[in-house]
Ligand binder design. Sequence first.
Ligand code: FES
Length: 170
Amino acid sequence: MTTRKNYKSVELPKDDPRTKLIVSLIKKEGAKADSLIQVLHTAQNIYGYLPIPVIQFITRELRLPPSRVFGVVTFYHFFSLKQKGGHNCLVCTGTACYVKGAQHILEEIEKNFALKPGEVTADNSLGLQTARCIGACGLAPAVVIDENIVARVKPENIKNLIEAKMGEGK
Ligand code: FES
């Protein structure tokens, strides 16, 4: 049982809200084989695809043979090993975020980027995902743009927030 060591060995950033969500889900579901699909499903939702280090992390945390995990990932069409958008926006639609306007954030994204959850823009520059709770309800409505969590997002600001992220490094 070397979960801590393995966590470090795959170098998932500890302060990335997506890492925290996966860690808390594994804690909740229990480190067992039965949790695999649920955990992969959540990871796919929050990243938009399944990055290899994330798969390795999940494999080790659930103490499963890599062949089994990759077997599941490649068997189900829902899972993808390829990034679907240059950038990824995840809108939390859990209860706390929903009552504080997550739906309006999604509507603004659809209006400005012609994107619905699960889709990527035609130029593959942006993907949109939703999750039922990212474990940051005190920050509702919360959005994760790439690796950054953005708290109390106002629908009218989401376009600028996304464009600012997409413009970084240009
Ligand atoms: S409902 Fe959005 S973070 Fe919990």
